[in-house]
Design a protein around this ligand. Structure first.
Ligand code: BGC
Ligand code: NOJ
Length: 826
């Protein structure tokens, strides 16, 4: 294990912030602004970009990926001392001046960077108000010196993206000729392509009168100058440049004099606005933007009392969302992640799926079908109505045969043709998401909701039929062992058993060169069993017992196929390849044991209650062969070379990504499995290994943000074992949240009511929780009275049988639950 004992900040749990205390974090440590339609990514030095709804098609500001120094793009602020000519950036980038003091507080939906340099304190707060499509930057400058008046110049700068971020980065022959802006008073309007089919514009406004401005990048920076040394700032004079083509930017120039001890607040707004297509121009017939509808908005948010009020609303919004599930346990990392950061990350994945992070460029992938369904498990209790809408959107991209588009574009909500379907696990996740929604809300009406296929009007059926077809999709695609055919891939996108790619650069995900009628997936089999059992439970709940039995029979048949053909002796196999050979078996030279089937078979209940001991054995084998101090790796031994018949998994160097990296998404399946089998110590130990807060003290090994999960931590075969990558947008968020809240702490929604069945470490004396469920607030106190996981419940002082709290009579909104856990001694 690599050693590292460096922190770059600390958690402030009271304010729900992570406080970064030095700007040179190993990677830019980011946060997200915005909760609904307008989003910004913001780093600890003010970098990043923003967009309206779709990170590719409505990008406001330009961002350069994979650049040096890391992350040069963003929200630039420069200060210049007019007396000495000294220049610095109060957020450190892009000048990287040696600031005397620096902190960045990433909070829920906002970021505050504070610094001191040359006796000037700068404090800048960035956030997106609820319901608005703009970012507010509130900058306060304070003269800390006693006795000296300070004469400062302040320059802002953003670089506009020409809306379609992909086109912006690639289609230069056109784009360098189309940039247009208007400048009126203290507002710079970006209007590229507004003359033709766009009716949206961006604006960058400032609360102060301007001494000057710039809108042309080269005029602002100076030829061959970078963002770290704009000529305009160095000279202390804007050029009032108007852009015509090339690169539109927005830069305000403000002068301010600060008496000793004095402070001044300056507000910037960076926003998106749409005009009615018929009313785009003012006067009509001209080419001038109609600014009548946007100006009042700008005026509103430029007033600091309005901006402050919007900030308080944002805080209250997050208090409300997080208030639905709060816990107090003996472990600070558990509390912090459950109460704040893990829940927050679940909301961010809800909003963005896998589209825009510092590892996802926002120009490629849309919303994943499998991803979004799983993300839902982590946010359904915070925003049930939005979860409902998301389910209906996803189901509408399902195809008539029950399969699904693998991705869809958030702006159009249409399936993405370039990637298509044929990821044969996709449909099952829809069932699991709907089941989670039903358990959380009890809202069975969603099952009758008419939903189209492939978004085709006229093709609507009730949602329940979509679920039915999802099951059928798998049953109609079984291979030689009666196990589901894998198609392009299953949960593991990189296990490509039908691809056989020899062409450099060819997509492993979409290339198919074999007929796909032999390679079978144990993961899809387990998912099917699990989903069919959920369908049975739904049917039962609705009183359809015959139908429930039919689903149970389907599940049992598939479970039997798994037992007959996928038990390898000490663990579950992973797949049969195109030639019918085993994958993830002791017979294999490499890749003998995989994590996914060990977790998922147990979650599906296969080998759990049948005296076979298989689930226990699979768990023990997984821990023995896959366990590392940084979590369980995806498979072992890692593939040491490229295997044509296995595909992308073997394309990664050993220890990275799917080739034996620690996947923080599949680890929680093992935690849940451990909890299901009653092993609280094991489950929680595994939970802590990948819990970002628990890894904070090895930040220079882990390198990604210590407040959110990353997709992957380099496995033991990697030279950088323990190093995380692909933070923020990952199924790890939802699954870790589910593992800790529902299975380890055991506060679990069911169709009949909230269940309390903790499987916590033996050493814990108990914990308490506050959970809002179907409009009722449950205050839960769990006390350990002995060893084991046996549970006795008292609800409002009365003993109830079993572990499910009966739903209270209508009108009752608060319920007290006390739980005695374990067998009392003697
Ligand atoms: C990655 C996978 C990812 C897939 C999606 C692969 O290169 O390794 O983790 O799911 O791309 O496109
Ligand atoms: C990331 C993808 O978003 C997810 O869908 C997939 O399951 C994992 N990679 C594993 O390959």
């Amino acid at each position: 294990m690599r050693e590292g004992r460096v922190r770059y900040g600390y958690f402030d749990d009271e304010t729900r912030e992570y406080v970064i205390t030095r700007p040179d974090t190993p990677l830019p440590w980011i946060n997200y602004l915005g909760c609904e339609d307008f989003f910004g990514l913001i780093s600890n030095t003010g970098g990043g970009y923003c967009f309206y709804r779709d990170a590719r098609l409505r990008r406001l500001t330009r961002y350069r990926y994979n650049t040096t120094p890391a992350e040069a793009g963003g929200r630039h602020l420069y200060l210049r001392d007019r007396d000495t000519g000294q220049v610095w950036a109060p957020t450190w980038q892009p000048t990287r001046s040696n600031l005397d003091q620096y902190t960045c507080r990433h909070g829920l939906g906002y970021t505050v960077v504070r610094s001191e340099y040359l006796g000037i304190r700068a404090n800048v707060r960035y956030f997106v108000p609820l319901g608005a499509t703009l970012e507010i930057w509130q900058l306060t400058l304070t003269n800390l010196s006693s006795g000296v008046e300070r004469h400062l110049a302040l320059f802002s700068a953003v670089e506009f993206c020409l809306w379609d971020a992909w086109d912006d980065a690639t289609n230069l022959q056109r784009n360098l000729s189309i940039g247009e802006v208007e400048v009126v008073d203290n507002v710079i309007y970006h209007k590229t392509e507004y003359r033709e089919r766009r009716n949206h514009l961006a604006y960058f406004a400032c609360s102060e009168p301007l001494v000057g401005f710039d809108t042309q990048r080269e005029a602002f920076l100076g030829p061959y100058h970078g963002w770290h040394e704009p000529e305009t700032v160095q000279r202390g004079q804007s050029r009032n440049s108007m852009v015509h083509g090339w690169a539109p930017v927005g830069s305000h120039h403000i002068q301010l004099d600060l008496a000793p001890g004095a402070s001044r607040q300056i507000t910037f707004l960076l926003g998106y606005h749409e005009n009615p297509p018929a009313d785009k121009f003012d006067p009509p017939g001209s080419q001038t933007i109609n600014k009548r509808s946007v100006q009042p908005l700008i005026a509103h948010y430029l007033r600091s009392e309005n901006a402050d009020a919007a900030f308080l609303e944002l805080r209250a919004h997050w208090d409300r969302l997080l208030g639905n599930c709060q816990v107090s346990t003996p472990d600070v990392h558990t509390d912090r992640m459950v109460n704040i950061w893990n829940a927050y990350q679940c909301m961010v994945t809800f909003n963005l799926s896998r589209s825009a992070s510092f590892f996802e460029t926002g120009v490629g992938r849309g919303m994943g079908f499998r991803d979004s369904n799983q993300d839902l498990l982590g946010f359904v209790h915070m925003v049930p109505a939005r979860a409902r809408a998301r389910i209906l959107d996803l189901a509408a991209t399902q195809l008539p045969d029950g399969g699904a588009y693998h991705q869809y574009q958030p702006l159009t909500k249409r399936g993405n043709d370039a990637v298509g379907g044929g990821f044969n696990d996709d449909p099952q996740w829809l069932i699991l998401a709907v089941a989670a929604y039903l358990k959380e809300t009890g809202d069975a009406t969603i099952l009758d909701e008419p939903v189209s296929y492939n978004n085709l009007p006229g093709s609507e059926t009730p949602l329940r039929e979509h679920l039915e077809r999802a099951l059928r999709y798998t049953l109609e695609r079984l291979g030689p062992h009666g196990l589901p055919l894998i198609g392009h891939a299953d949960w593991n996108d990189c296990l490509n058993l039908n691809t056989f790619s020899t062409t450099p650069g060819e997509s492993f995900q979409t290339t198919v060169s074999r007929d796909g009628r032999t390679a079978e997936s144990v993961v899809i089999a387990a998912l099917f069993v699990w989903a069919a059992r959920e369908m049975a439970a739904i049917a039962c709940w609705q009183g359809h017992h015959k139908q429930a039995q039919a689903y149970q029979d389907q599940a049992a048949r598939m479970a039997a196929a798994v037992t007959a053909h996928a038990w390898d002796g000490a663990w579950w196999m992973r797949a049969y390849d195109h030639f019918g050979s085993k994958v993830g078996s002791h017979e294999c030279e490499e890749g003998r044991i995989y994590i996914e089937p060990q977790g998922l078979c147990t979650l599906a209940g296969i080998g759990v209650d049948d005296e076979s001991g298989r689930a226990e054995q699979a768990l023990a084998s997984a821990r023995q062969h896959l366990g590392t101090p940084h979590g369980l790796v995806l498979q072992q031994p890692a593939y040491s070379r490229y295997y044509l018949h296995l595909g992308e998994i073997s394309s990664y160097p050993p220890g990275y990504k799917e080739n034996a990296g620690v996947f923080c998404h599949s680890n929680p399946w093992m935690m849940i499995a451990a909890a299901l089998l009653g092993h609280g110590d094991v489950a929680h130990e595994d939970y802590l290994r990948i819990n970002p807060s628990a890894r904070e003290e090895i930040s220079d090994v882990h390198r990604c943000e210590p407040y959110v999960y990353a997709q992957m931590i380099a496995g033991r075969d990697a030279p950088t074992h323990g190093e995380a990558k692909n933070s923020w947008l990952t199924g790890a968020a939802a699954w870790n949240y589910v593992a800790i809240t529902q299975w380890i702490l055991g506060v679990r929604p069911t169709f009949e009511g909230l269940q309390i069945a903790p499987v916590i470490p033996e050493s814990w004396a108990g914990f308490s929780a506050r959970r809002v469920f179907r409009g009722v607030t449950y205050s839960i106190a769990v006390e350990r009275v002995g060893k084991g996981n046996a549970c006795r419940l008292w609800v409002d002082g009365k003993r109830v049988q079993g572990t499910i709290i009966p739903l209270p009579p209508a009108g009752e909104t608060a319920v007290e639950v006390s739980v005695k856990l374990g067998e009392p001694q003697g």
